[in-house]
Design a protein around this ligand. Sequence first.
Ligand code: SAM
Length: 274
Amino acid sequence: MTEHAVRLGTVQETLLIPLYGRAVENRKPEPALRDPRAEEIVASIDYDFSRFDGQPSLFGSVLRTSLFDHWITDFLTAHPTGTVVEIGTGLNTRFERVDNGRARWFDLDLPDVIDLRRTFFSDAPRRTMVAGSVTDEAWADAVSGTEGPYFFAAEAVLPYLEEAEVRGVVDLVSERFPGSLLALDTNGPWVVDNQDQHDVLSKVEARFRWACADPAELSTWRPGARVLASHTLDALPTRMFEALPGTCRQMITDLAGRNLPHVKAYRLTLVQLP
Ligand SMILES: C[S@@+](CC[C@H](N)C(=O)[O-])C[C@H]1O[C@@H](n2cnc3c(N)ncnc32)[C@H](O)[C@@H]1O
């Protein structure tokens, strides 16, 4: 199999964590999600993934991805021709999992990630890759002009930005795409303060910069913004939880029983922007 050498920037390297999480999950007899493509990509990339083996956050990243899939599936059920924008898409394969044959889809990431992504994925009439930083307004021009409504998925991206940059992204999305949905994840100060001990982040150089004690803060940043849902990984939406295989449900139940501070301080939130 072709080996792709990975020459990624510091924060860009983090995309390999959820990619590997999905590949490992795919090998399980009862996975939370299937992702054969992630397994193929991992096999073809020249990188020492073994540093992440056995770490609980790999499964955590799979649950996070499953929740984002769940929210986007609901969005596309309500708006079959809506537009989904993956902010910091990495080598995510969500389009492969949730596309309904009618949605418009954009995958935004930094230029070196999009270069790597183009070795595995291609643009198509309803699917476009955009190279640029989410903090630079240029991407909004590439995305605007579609039918809408819009769903912005920022999965494991905003915690790597400074708070002022996150505020800038929320302002930009609200101003250019009013009324859109934004899914994001937030780390409380405990997680940021203890990140050098984080089971997978400690294996790479990138570090979290934005600490958010409560994602409800976003409604004070943009008056009119409303938190529609906010979950920890051990308290997922009932409908999603009940659709998971029994082994996954048991792992989540065990996790909830341990009351771990880093699990309680990590939230996945869906916001309706004004
Ligand atoms: C942990 S990875 C998550 C990748 C993907 N969302 C997933 O869940 O598989 C973080 C991603 O955010 C991207 N990223 C970080 N800062 C960014 C920025 N300013 N603009 C666009 N993407 C960014 C990185 O390049 C990387 O692909």
